[in-house]
Design a protein around this ligand. Sequence first.
Ligand code: DSN
Length: 423
Amino acid sequence: MQDKAVAKLIAAEEKRQLEGLELIPSENYVSREVLDAMGSVFTNKYSEGFPGKRYYGGQVNTDAVEQLAIDRAKALFRSDHANVQPHSGAPANEAVYHAWLEPGDTIMGMELSHGGHLTHGRPGTISAKLFNFVRYGIKDLETGEIDYQLMREVALRTKPKIILAGFSSYPRELNYAKFAEIGQEVGAVLMADMAHIAGLIAGGVLNNPFDFGFHVMTTTTHKTLRGPRGAMILSQGKVGNPLKAPDKIIENLPTLIDRTVFPGLQGGPHMHIIAAKAVALYEAAQPEYKLYCKQVLANAKTLSEELMHQGFKLVTNGTDNHMMLVDIQSTFGFDGSVAEETLDRIGLTLNKNVIPDDPLPPYRPSGIRLGTPAITTRGLKEEHMVQIAAWITRALKSHNDENELEKLSKEVKTFATAFPLPG
Ligand code: DSN
């Protein structure tokens, strides 16, 4: 590379990734094939429109590659329609909201400190300025069970046009049948934001909301799905859906969504990223991907049990998926940002995170969030989770002890470099 400054930074980032262990639950390592597609000549092409209907010439290969991505996404998630153009998860969610809602309409989403995402109506966001968000949340912090009775009461009172199931920090399975029941009663469209768990749904280890009558699903493509950074919107467009959501909207949903993505929110799709999405979707349909997903869950279960065994307080006392939330403040008397910085120093990367009803502010919250998708891609198994839990415990117990942190950092580096980076 002629540009030595950027070349140096890329090499340094590769070294950082190799010598540490990635525990941020929304990150992963992509394959060489996904990297190659992202770095391909599709980067050079403008393709406003959709396959077969574009506004520029020269689309023979872009049409084919986008159609491949669409077909693979539909087959993998069992949907009638797929839009693979959203640049990332936030615009994918915006596109669904704007497909048929009017400013002032109501959307029901998860309480943010209980696990909901910023795009689920955090004050100050564009969607929160335009729409009226109402909430559901966790009833029992020991089990993580959602308060479905309260959800129903609020839904009956506020008549949301969308009921949104989904989260970025909730370690349990949602009861999609309950969502569907309430959605049916109030005539809401059922939307699932599956960004964190789409890969695990594709791999068959977690439930698919479409099997419970959901109408729309958004997801990023770079988390458990192990693709490029980007997103997709999957939708069902058959009239006669068992739910009472307005048939006209359901019938037109795919078209409304396509129009909202382009030209509503975006211009030219990123065809190199769409090519890489197609590759990732191919990989997620292979038998070894199912084994990967099983291992992600097995690792998460072992890591959460080991942490609890070491005395950590886990929100909901465990996990059903790939992630766990740990209440650091109540165990150690310091906040999650101190834990994040301490563990960063020894090569374990994770993020500070609010816990349900957190008394502390988001930048210095009580908890941390960690997960197993990336380390499982790296080849780590249950026995390694025991080691990681022990490192976390030792580091946090001696977070002011420079010598101990230095020693731990060397241990992590020696261990991590034995597991080459995929790709
Ligand atoms: N930023 C992502 C996460 O880490 O969960 C959600 O979009």
